[in-house]
Design a protein around this ligand. Structure first.
Ligand code: SF4
Ligand code: SF4
Length: 432
């Protein structure tokens, strides 16, 4: 047990107030990608954050390390999984049924996940086999409808029909590709995200023919996807959805940030069942040191495009030294900074550092502790840096996690529609 005030390096920006009871966030920058509810007071620029006096009982912070931290992470993971299963299960994963959030950054995350975890690789493969059957069923329907169009419009709309046939051919090739046991290289995985365009182009052309869209829904083969939702065909499912998301923790940042417009709402349910620190713990992964090393080494091997911010909690000096050494092996300049106390930098300070440091280099912080608000600030800044294309490598090695927070981060208490931690890989190192 220790007091955060004692260990925190209250520098010129006074990260703790004089009496040590409150954090002051000098400047917060909300993620531009976040949709904020009407009336929110966080809108891209600055927000002063200074708590009032706290009850004495809440002032005592302590450091969680090792086994205790791992246990807390596992318990929080379990709680979060139960909420997701209950809420997303009830809504039948409707957000994943309106297209995909996976873009080229998402493909890189997935590629790393498949390299790091065989279970992820085989789950994705099995899910794609399932999706290939759906694509094949839809192809049957498309061919039937095209046959009917040929009979009815073969002469008067020959050009349009030729276009439908060419686009059907694109669908056929895509179906064959998904069904093939293709090697999960970044190029091949990138092909999967072309599906939205393939489907959109074909349906747009088919709509040129009166009644053709309705025919797709009426003739939809068993296991196919052509169903009406209100007056239009329902949008396509994300290619990485089959009985739930196939990507797990390697889903795109936007999905990992709990962006949810459903009712009941996933984030609102998380907030009613978890406190701020618990939610942060639930966004960590209890992993062996070997795994943390593999994840770091893989990013070294793949290069700058694949770097993502990493936070590792370990109180073992040997592991800390090994991680530093591993990060030093990557391309570019690697600067290591020691923070003898608690790590806390505001979003603006972090953005300034990121800019100064350059996107080809890596910054490593080694700190005695870090708490939930600091992780939030870090996530907001690094996501902003990523969006602005100024982000290089960032690694934080902390001995302990400070809890409880003196107060939650405003993004949590203002109940914004998404939370920022999805852009961070946060590992609580467990013993093998
Ligand atoms: S995140 Fe929201 S919209 Fe998406 S499946 Fe879960 S509850 Fe439904
Ligand atoms: S990546 Fe996963 S969570 Fe995101 S839209 Fe696709 S299936 Fe849904």
């Amino acid at each position: 047990m220790f007091c955060l005030a004692k260990h925190s390096p209250c520098g010129p920006s006074e990260r703790l107030t004089d009496n040590g009871v409150g954090l002051r966030f000098d400047k917060l920058t909300a993620l531009p990608a976040l949709s904020l509810p009407k009336g929110s007071n966080v809108e891209g620029e600055s927000l002063a954050y200074s708590p009032g006096p706290m009850p004495r009982a809440q002032r005592k912070a302590r450091a969680m390390v090792g086994h205790e931290l791992v246990e807390a992470v596992l318990a929080a993971n379990q709680k979060l999984d139960a909420v997701v299963e209950r809420v997303c299960g009830a809504c039948e994963y409707s957000c994943c049924h309106t297209g995909t959030m996976v873009g080229s950054h998402g493909v890189r995350r997935l590629y790393k996940g498949m390299r790091l975890d065989r279970e992820v690789a085989s789950r994705v493969r099995d899910g794609l086999d399932e999706r290939a059957k759906e694509l094949a069923a839809d192809l049957d329907t498309i061919e039937q409808v095209t046959g009917m169009l040929r009979t009815s419009y073969g002469q008067e709309m020959a050009e349009e029909l030729a276009e439908v046939e060419a686009l059907t051919d694109d669908w056929r090739k895509f179906t064959d590709f998904v069904a093939s046991q293709f090697e999960p290289s970044p190029e091949n995985l990138r092909r999967l995200i072309q599906f939205s365009a393939i489907r959109h182009n074909l349906l747009r052309q088919i709509r040129e023919f009166p009644g053709a869209e309705a025919a797709l829904a009426n003739l939809c083969a068993p296991g196919g996807s052509f169903h009406f939702r209100r007056r239009k065909l329902a949008p396509p499912r994300c290619m990485f959805h089959a009985q739930g998301c196939l990507l797990g923790r390697y889903k795109p940042v936007k999905c990992a940030n709990f962006f949810c417009s459903g009712d009941p709402n996933l984030l609102a349910e998380c907030q009613s069942e978890m406190d701020f620190d618990e939610f942060v713990l639930a966004n960590m992964y209890a992993e062996s040191f070997e795994f943390v090393k593999s994840a770091t080494a893989l990013e070294n091997e793949l290069g700058r495009e694949y770097w993502e911010p990493k936070i590792a909690f370990t109180s073992d000096p040997q592991q800390q030294a090994q991680l530093q050494e591993l990060v030093r092996q990557r391309d570019g300049k690697v600067e290591i900074r020691q923070e003898p106390g608690s790590f806390f930098l505001s979003t603006q300070e972090l953005l300034d550092l990121t800019w100064e440091h350059g996107r080809d280099n890596t910054l490593v912080f080694c700190a005695a502790s870090v708490g939930s608000p600091a992780l939030y600030e870090l996530a907001v800044a690094l996501q902003q840096g990523h969006n602005d294309e100024i982000l290089g490598g960032f690694v934080l090695i902390a001995e302990s996690f400070t809890t409880p927070s003196f107060m939650p981060h405003p993004m949590w208490s203002d109940r914004l529609m998404s939370q920022p931690l999805g852009s961070l890989d946060i590992y609580a190192v467990r013993e093998d």
